[in-house]
Design a protein around this ligand. Structure first.
Ligand code: PLP
Length: 346
């Protein structure tokens, strides 16, 4: 869907101003960082120092990929959820490190079991990646889980990197929390955030990382050496996104909720074991008996012309699942479920 109007208009006005036709600072305009801190205060009641605890990112993926270069030495370990957004593992590998996969199981609400991680792995681990609301499972985290994460990170001296790209995409009163809301979180970690999903700004490349000042400084050190920051006119449009009218967001959630209901109901009627996600943009469900992830995805593609992502593409524990998204109009999802039902795949 298109970026909200007020944001597009703001960029149109701003881009004409020669004051922005220059190299930006790598950490972001002070007004942008202040705007991020104010938004965190309003949305999560988290206090941030815009000077030391906020850095702008060229999309949150950029920061997620670069954080490992700052803290992972060869042979160091990152604790990575499985299944997960692939960048946590790839960033670790590019830095010469190794990933230890933490399985996310349905029976644990797709939260990792931190007690199951072997002691020697905890000792070598430098980073712990988490992501709630979760891609691909759409699961949510709660305060007790994040409290366990803080205690674990303190005990083993591990930096927590929480990817919070979907906190504003939720249904009903399942309003997601920030990792930084939990006591002690800022001692051990940072949170990545993005305007991509919240304001339909995926192509604009604007995000930020917030939290522990030393960790933010480490990420900033990499950024000064590999990029030159985020075009300032886009930062000004980002301020408009964070501070302007938020009502289009409410409409956006309603659109996704209607799509979710169409897709999940249709899949259920087709005999598939899909359940309605409480947040994020994904329907993650087990493939029918006797199929693999790739086998079922291929069958969907070849028999009904539908692309679904095989779960094992997100990590070995994703085997046996597929992921569908809510990123198409309701009519297309109607069409998709009609085809799935008539093909009698189950
Ligand atoms: C979309 C997404 C992001 C990154 O979005 P950016 O556009 O790079 O800000 C990060 N994490 C997850 C889990 C995502 O799905």
């Amino acid at each position: 869907m298109p970026t909200f109007d007020n944001i597009v208009k703001k960029l149109q006005e701003t881009v004409e101003n020669p004051a922005y036709h220059r190299y930006p600072s790598y950490q972001g305009l002070k007004v942008f960082r202040k705007s991020v801190a104010d938004w965190y205060k309003r949305r999560f009641n988290v206090t941030l120092d815009p000077n030391t605890e906020v850095v702008s990112l060229i999309g949150s993926k950029e920061g997620i990929a670069h954080i490992s270069l700052a803290f992972i030495d060869p042979e160091d370990i990152s604790l990575v959820p499985d299944p997960a957004y692939p960048v946590y593992n790839i960033g670790t590998l590019f830095a010469g490190g190794r990933s230890y996969y933490m399985p996310l199981l349905e029976e644990n609400g797709y939260l990792p079991d931190l007690d199951a991680i072997p002691e020697d792995v905890c000792e070598k681990a430098k980073l712990l990646f988490l992501n709630y609301p979760n891609n691909p499972t759409s699961a949510l985290a709660d305060v007790p889980f994040f409290e366990r994460v803080v205690a674990f990170a303190k005990k083993h001296n591990i930096i927590v990197c929480h990817d919070a790209a979907y906190t504003e995409i939720y249904y009903g009163d399942n309003k997601p929390i920030s990792f930084l809301e939990v006591d002690g979180a800022k001692d051990v970690g940072i949170e990545f955030h993005s305007l991509s999903k919240t304001y339909n700004m995926t192509g604009w490349r604007v995000g930020f990382a917030v939290g522990n000042a030393q960790v933010i400084a480490g990420l900033g050190k990499i950024k000064t050496n590999v990029d030159s920051g985020l075009f300032e006119a886009i930062q000004v449009a980002g301020i408009e996104a964070l501070e302007g009218d938020q009502s289009p967001q409410e409409d956006l959630r309603k659109v996704y909720q209607r799509r979710r209901d169409v897709l999940v109901k249709g899949l259920q009627e087709a005999g598939l074991k899909a359940t309605a996600p409480k947040a994020a943009l994904y329907v993650w469900f087990p493939v029918p008996e006797g199929r693999t992830s790739a086998g079922f995805a291929k069958e969907l593609l070849e028999t009904v012309g539908i692309v679904a992502t095989p779960g094992n593409g997100f990590g070995p524990t994703g085997e046996g699942y597929v992921r569908m998204t809510l990123c198409l109009p309701e009519e297309r999802l109607q069409e998709a479920v009609a085809r799935i039902k008539s093909a009698k795949l189950v």
